[in-house]
Design a protein around this ligand. Structure first.
Ligand code: GH3
Ligand code: MG
Ligand code: MG
Ligand code: MG
Length: 324
């Protein structure tokens, strides 16, 4: 047979794939207060999905907001409640607005079904509900929701990748450049201070040469964590490349920046870095150059140049030190 043949050939059988797709296993909320209908619909849906049934509209809203449902079926004929209003609430609440809503209505109630589609319900079913149609429409909505989520996640991660350094989770150089320009202009306009640190791990080449490049990567990650732990949320921490990190400190004077730098230096020196893959702990130190914006600076590059020069002097004068 075909499935066997394709398995032997090592290719996915499209029919088998489609069959397993019908078992999507979505999480469905059914909002319905007629016992007979509850029973019929939930039995049909349970063959492929996990189904919760709720008769009370208020409870249903709470459930919908708290549960991670992938589709909600709403009866338009609830006893003491307007099903349409429920649809519109589901579409407007932050926690439920991305969940597909399917309406259950009477055949002669086309006007309300149409109204429901206008306020954002995704689909509808007409009573008496055909089992296969129910499964097909619900499946479509679950699939669509999952696809949208995957798309959103991948858009988000590619946006992150554009501004983040993959190894350390710090911001990357491109983001540092754009953001520093903005922070610089802001500090000029508001007549606020702005400071910048340039950090460079000491003798990092030796770490790589002794313990290997992967161990070096581990050190860089831990280094990044320690730097982050010494900074505030509004500070910008970015990896320039290699073992060099820049910290931009808004509203910070040269003296305060010096204190931050000293805190970082101490924290790096204080405890050896654990290298898990080599089951070792190694001592690491860092040199830091500090500068702050001066009235005459035309761009952040001038401030960064002073910090770079200070870092150079820190290296020249023996490393593991902060120079302003
Ligand atoms: P100094 O105290 O003068 O800064 O000495 P150093 O050895 O730290 O300086 P140098 O700039 O000569 O060496 C930096 C090393 O960083 C060389 C390079 O192989 C290594 N490096 C750059 N990027 C990475 C990385 O992403 N991972 C690892 N493991 N090493 C890196
Ligand atoms: Mg160097
Ligand atoms: Mg170095
Ligand atoms: Mg370097």
């Amino acid at each position: 047979n075909r499935a066997l043949a394709s398995r032997r050939l090592g290719i996915a059988d499209p029919l088998a794939a489609a069959a397993s797709e019908t078992g999507l296993n979505g999480r469905i909320l059914l909002i319905e207060d007629r016992p007979a209908s509850q029973e019929r619909l939930s039995t049909a849906l349970s063959a492929f999905h996990v189904v919760d049934v709720e008769a009370d509209p208020h409870q249903a809203l709470i459930k919908a907001a708290e549960g991670e449902y992938e589709a909600v079926l709403v009866s338009l004929d609830l006893q003491d409640h307007d099903g349409l209003r429920l649809c519109s609430q589901l579409r407007s609440l932050e926690r439920t607005r991305d969940v597909p809503v399917l309406m259950l209505g009477e055949a002669d109630d086309r006007a309300r079904i149409l109204r429901g589609l206008e306020i954002g319900a995704h689909d509808f079913l007409v009573r008496p509900v055909d089992r296969n149609e129910l499964l097909a429409r619900v499946r479509t909505q679950v699939r669509r929701k999952r696809f949208t989520e995957r798309l959103r996640d991948s858009v988000q991660s590619s946006m992150e990748m554009a501004v983040m350094d993959q190894l350390t989770g710090l911001h990357n150089r491109r983001y540092l450049d754009t953001r520093t320009a903005v922070l610089f202009d802001e500090s000029v306009l508001r007549a606020r201070s702005l400071a910048l640190l340039v950090l460079d791990v000491d003798r990092f080449k030796t770490v790589n040469d002794t313990w290997g490049h992967d161990a070096g990567d581990e050190v860089l990650r831990e280094f990044a964590d320690r730097v982050r732990a010494c900074t505030r949320g509004i500070d910008l921490v970015a990896r320039m490349g290699g073992e060099e990190v820049v910290v931009v400190l808004p509203d910070t004077t040269l003296e305060a920046a010096h204190a931050v730098a000293e805190r970082i230096r101490e924290r790096v020196e204080a405890e050896p870095f654990s290298i898990h893959r080599n089951a070792r702990a190694i001592s690491v130190t860092v040199s830091i150059g500090v500068a702050s914006r001066r009235a005459g600076d035309a761009s952040p590059a001038e401030m960064a140049k002073r910090a770079d020069d200070a870092l150079y002097r820190a290296k020249e004068s023996g490393r593991n030190r902060v120079i302003v």
